[in-house]
Design a protein around this ligand. Sequence first.
Ligand code: HEM
Length: 537
Amino acid sequence: MEGVMMDVVLVCLGLVFFRLWWRYWSVTGGGRKNLPPGPPGWPIVGNLIQVILQRRHFIYVVRDLRPKYGPIFTMQMGQRTLIIVTSSDLIHEALVQRGPEFASRPADSPIRLLFSVGKCAINSAEYGPLWRTLRRNLVTELINPARIRQCSWIRNWAIKSHMDRLLKFDGGIVHVMSECRLTICSILICLCFGAKISDEKIKTIESVLKDVMMVTTPKLPDFLPVLTPLFRRQVGEAKELRRRQLECLVPLVRDRKAFVLESDNVEDENVRKIMVSPKGAAYIDSLFELEVPGRGKDGGRRRLEEEELVTLVSEVINAGTDTSATALEWALFHLVMDQKIQEKLYKEIVDCVGTDRSPYTDQQKPQEEVITESDVEKMSYLSAVVKETFRRHPPSHFVLSHAAVKDTELGGYTVPADASVEFYTAWLTEDPEMWEDPGEFRPERFMAGGDGVDVDVTGTKGVKMVPFGAGRRICPAWTLGTLHINLLLARMVHAFKWLPVPDSPPDPTETFAFTVVMKNPLKAIIVPRSSMSSTKI
Ligand code: HEM
């Protein structure tokens, strides 16, 4: 009963607010002037209801609006103003040429703030000292080339387990996405905590973190924060999820800390067994030491707290798992559908590593170092297949939401500092002015003479495809993500021939699940290459 009264009071407050806003709307004709044009909205809710009524994800709504409204347009989503930027020139101007001006992030909803502990994550921090400290630490401790090389044993170990699991599917059906997610997630957990944990625990962490990602994608309360009190159920569910996230990861944080400090806890044989990276080699070891600005008393520096540590490692695991597994699923989709491309790739791999290095010389067990990381660097067709996958199926159709550091202009229009600036980068890769037959999957376009051969995926020289974003906020780990994909793809194609499941061909329909994935996850039949010399497939 008390709850109902509360709702009535909140609805009344909402109505008063709506009345005030309506008056403001009627007087100003929709608010600030010189915003980019956009679809006419309704009073108070703007375009929000129109988008909801379409029952499609926002990325598809924007795709349809682009031809009408062009390179830059506005969508008023409830209280939030979204400036959508779609043209190559404007994206390059904002992200690269005037990078620092557009390098901030917009305000977060209460649910997002819960998971980021008040924007204490690289991806959500505003452009400023906290972001700089966290990002610099990630780059020096996890992504520098020496550290990447030093951790190659982690990839070898995880990919060997991956291949062992696939071998059990011999002639059977592989669920590509779930296998790749498990492997990449185990690599990232080991990089973060220096720990080898059971597949069962990895799966639990992976599933909780996937839920975190889905719950933090923009929803109704994000667009109408004034009504947040009405969304008590959603906030309650988010708090419960945060509790589960902490329950999964805090024990690992504590075990690693005990290991690093050599406290009595490490007498625990189990902790010793799982902590496989030496002290100082795990990402979290650097976070234990890090002093971050702006979080201490009176805005000073202080060490990170346990909840913040959980947020920062979760960010790395989340950012690297879905993106890479999505790319692998789409790449294998095309290899299954087009056996000529698959055979061309297989031939390049065999030409490079030779036939002696068969993955099955060791009593039907894949060897650890069948294809090394320096081998994949030499495989130009592999690189072309992966680039074409990013072009044809960018894991994210927008980069993360950006914000201008102060009111500014772009394309002759005002961009207010409190607007979300959304860069629709997927359009670049579909633009027939930039790509020949953009709908075709054709890795050769990235080989000599092709229309993609000079493409710079970091967007510095110009933006034609930017799967990792560009400028200040570009994905700091794009080389690591690409390495995971190249290595896994090369080893999977070297060891197995990938075939469609008879009577159930792969379906390219897309759906949004933080990244843009296959609606019906890819299933494929695998046949060990070693068995094929005697059996004709
Ligand atoms: C194929 C794999 C990957 C893809 C396609 C990808 C893509 C992206 C994109 C599009 C952004 C947003 C850029 C922007 O807002 O302008 C981003 C940001 C980020 N990514 Fe990645 N990423 C990948 C792998 C990884 C991995 C492996 C990690 C961590 C080890 C990672 C960590 C991050 C972080 C921390 C940010 C936020 C950067 C910031 O706000 O300064 N990503 N990534």
